[in-house]
Design a protein around this ligand. Structure first.
Ligand code: PBG
Length: 327
């Protein structure tokens, strides 16, 4: 056969395959999401997310050290309070569960980078991501509470805040309060392109944050939309977001790519609870090879264009990177 181009030439040797690899991944881009609950001596497995736990503040250290030792340097904290109310006051309480968790984590693992998820849904009795006016979430009244929440997390030790509520104008509101309070240099990562997704189901079990009525479609995005993703991302950059996120990751690679091409800030992708749960369930059923699938999913998000990957598999991925399975 007289073939000029033989793409297989570059696949013929392992060293060569790595030399010509187009996407390279690194542990420094991983963020691990972690659930912290009120109480003492608690490490309870989340039924829908085997291998993931809710930790009480006094039990966090073991996990933080394990992550650090694996080379995962960034952790995003989610608080699960014992009691909730209409206005989510636990979200911005000085001694709230996540604020306590930041203080503890800074003390026991000062070399980790700590990120605060800023939202009301784990703290409101109705489970919505803001305060209600009738059965509607009141956007503008919620902004003040989100800003207070972000500030309280930073005061407790968060190095970065990440609003996930999808209210309009929250990036500007949080930025303004942080700046006025002397935190001009604390970065803000916006969950800018966040879809109303059934992939969050296991998270809501974990955090007890399912809405008591209705759904989140009046604030999270409709997954039929593509151009709206650029609109949300660009608005948040204009409002001062330092990093924008696309969420979920697995079924949204097209949007990771498009957002990446349209903004000039780093892009994060969040591989959410449902993605994790599906991999675990299929692996337990013997249908797939867990580690290989996890690696392939992660690389596909980086290939789509993310700079940062948020995943419950962070520690396991770090190990695969060390072992050279991906990298
Ligand atoms: C809070 C929040 C959610 C997730 C991250 N922050 C749940 C939701 O919007 O209902 C989902 C994360 C995951 O599924 O892993 N608003």
């Amino acid at each position: 056969m007289d073939l000029t181009c033989r793409p297989r030439r570059l696949r013929s040797n392992g060293i060569l395959r790595k030399m010509v690899r187009e996407v390279r991944v690194d542990k420094s881009s991983l963020i691990y999401p972690m659930f912290v609950r009120e109480g003492n001596h608690i490490k309870e497995e989340i039924p829908s997310m085997p291998g993931q736990y809710r930790y009480s503040v006094d039990c966090m250290e073991e996990k933080l050290v394990e992550l650090r030792d694996a080379g995962v340097r960034s952790v995003m904290l989610f608080g699960i309070p014992d009691s909730k109310d209409e206005v989510g006051s636990g979200a911005y309480a000085q001694d709230g569960v996540v604020q306590q968790a930041f203080r503890k984590a800074k003390q026991v693992c000062p070399d980790l980078y700590l990120i605060g998820d800023v939202c009301m849904c784990e703290y409101t009795s109705h489970g919505h991501c803001g305060v209600l006016c009738g059965r509607e979430v009141d956007n503008d009244r919620t902004l003040e509470l989100l800003a207070k929440t972000a500030l309280s997390q930073v005061q407790a030790g968060a190095d970065m805040v990440a609003p996930s509520d999808m209210m309009d104008g929250r990036v500007a509101a949080i930025r303004r309060l942080l700046d006025e309070s002397g935190y001009k240099n604390v970065p803000l990562m916006s969950y800018a392109v966040k879809f109303a997704s059934s992939f969050y189901g296991p998270f809501r079990d974990a955090a007890g944050s399912a809405p008591a009525f209705g759904d989140r479609k009046s604030y999270q995005m409709d997954y039929h939309n593509r151009r709206e993703a650029w609109k949300e991302a660009m608005l948040d950059v204009q409002e001062g977001a330092d990093i924008v996120m696309v969420k979920p990751a697995m079924a949204y690679g097209d949007l990771i790519r498009e957002v990446k091409e349209r903004v000039n800030v780093p892009v994060a992708a969040y591989s959410v609870s449902g993605e994790y749960a599906m991999v675990k369930a299929a692996a337990q059923a013997g249908s797939i090879e867990e580690e290989a699938i996890m690696c392939e999913m992660a690389v596909s998000a980086y290939r789509a264009g993310c700079d940062i990957y948020i995943t419950y598999f962070a520690k396991e991925l770090a190990k695969c990177m060390d072992a050279g399975m991906i990298g």
